[in-house]
Design a protein around this ligand. Structure first.
Ligand SMILES: [Zn+2]
Length: 380
């Protein structure tokens, strides 16, 4: 059994596991962990595969979380390397998902393998939780497993997520939280009519523009702690009117809000309806609908001991002083935060989701060393 993180990563890269397919990745992980004494369970739901492997039954319990699914290759002819051949050129390992995040899974598997060789009896529990649905809808993935964990009272103290967190090299950034994300579609309904007789119609466009203007005029906040200011971005304006002489009946817009813990889904929903009332979107001849969706509230890791443990491990192994950050998109941490402390550290994200996704071989080794140090310190 190889404990080389590069070979482990290459084995995973050769599986074309585009969401929600696991394409053989779960069997690779399962076989590896079974040999190390882990009990492997599957929590599959719909087309999504979820694997949970645990070694030990006592506290403290450290869980590594990741996903084996990858985004599609995009235009294949644009790749200069085969995205599923896992080849190394110039000390760089190429492949779809190497950065996000099969390289981190390989690094972690090798780290626990090395650790358990030296310390076969654990002073707590080590586990690994993997899904094949992080890049997709994320409904049947970690969210589903967290619900099952709540039902059976599975106790986890800390989760380490292997998403690519660094911006230039392994060691520069640890994610200690994430902003929340809310998507909204506002549709304003008026009354269609002839442009020459506007008094007989009710044009919804000025009402929609007025509403959006009121949202953009005043910033939501100026930031807090480790969080940047919350931000609203309008992403689409849709009227779909092919004519120039007809006042349309309907106008809609889409926008996204990335928000810090000064806001919640609930408070922002109320805010958006308040603004609609102030913009007179509900009056004689005019009304609106507001559809809200998104991926969860903001959160931050309040567990200072875990934060320090990861910070010290990263500093010691990489020689860097990492920035503690909450920037970037969402991750499965949004579901796990309900049952345990969550922190994220992985590879460098420069080529994630890109054509010719790749990472320096060296970086996977360094990440694996960081993970091993975190495990050692966690069970001291
Ligand atoms: Zn990812």
């Amino acid at each position: 059994m190889s404990l080389d993180p590069i070979i482990l990563t290459q084995d995973l890269l050769k599986c074309p596991s585009v969401t929600p397919h696991e394409a053989g990745t779960m069997a690779i992980v399962s076989e590896f962990l079974t040999k190390l004494g882990f009990t492997v369970e599957r929590f599959d739901s719909g087309a999504v595969s979820n694997l949970y492997a645990r070694n030990g039954s006592a506290s403290p319990h450290l869980c590594f979380v990741g996903h084996t699914d990858v985004v599609p290759t995009g235009e294949l002819s644009a790749w200069t390397k085969n995205p599923y051949a896992a080849e190394i050129f110039d000390q760089k390992l190429y492949g779809r998902g190497v950065v996000d995040m099969k390289g981190a899974i390989g690094a972690y598997l090798a780290a626990i393998g090395r650790y358990l060789q030296t310390k076969p009896s654990l002073k707590g529990s080590l586990s690994i939780l993997l899904t094949s649905d992080e890049e997709g809808p994320a409904v049947d993935g970690i969210r589903y497993v967290v619900e099952r964990f709540k039902e059976r009272g599975e106790k986890i103290d800390a989760c380490l997520i292997g998403e690519p967190t660094n911006t230039t090299s392994v060691g520069d950034t640890i994610k200690i939280g994430r902003r929340g994300s809310l998507n909204a579609t506002i549709t304003v309904n008026g009354k269609a009519g002839h442009v020459a007789y506007p008094h007989l119609a009710k044009n919804p466009i000025p009402y929609l523009l007025n509403y959006l203007h009121s949202l953009l005029l005043i910033p939501l906040d100026t930031g807090m702690g480790y969080f940047d200011s919350s931000h609203l971005e309008v992403t689409s304006l849709d009227v779909g009117n092919p004519t120039t002489n007809v006042i349309p009946m309907q106008a809609s817009a889409k926008f996204n809000i990335r928000f810090n813990p000064l806001h919640s889904f609930q408070s922002l929903t109320e805010y958006l309806h308040d603004k609609a009332r102030l913009a007179n979107l509900n009056q004689e001849g005019v009304n609106y609908t507001l559809k809200i969706g998104g991926s969860g509230d903001a959160f931050i890791c309040e567990d200072k001991a875990l934060q320090n443990l990861v910070l010290e491990s990263v500093s010691k192994i990489t020689g860097c002083v990492p920035v503690l950050s909450t920037s970037g998109g969402t991750s499965d941490g949004r579901f796990l935060k309900d049952i345990c402390s969550v922190i994220e550290f992985g590879l460098t994200n420069t080529t994630a989701h890109q054509i010719d996704e790749h990472i320096k071989v060296d970086e996977i080794h360094r990440l694996s060393a960081v993970y091993q140090h975190i495990i050692e310190q966690f069970f001291v």
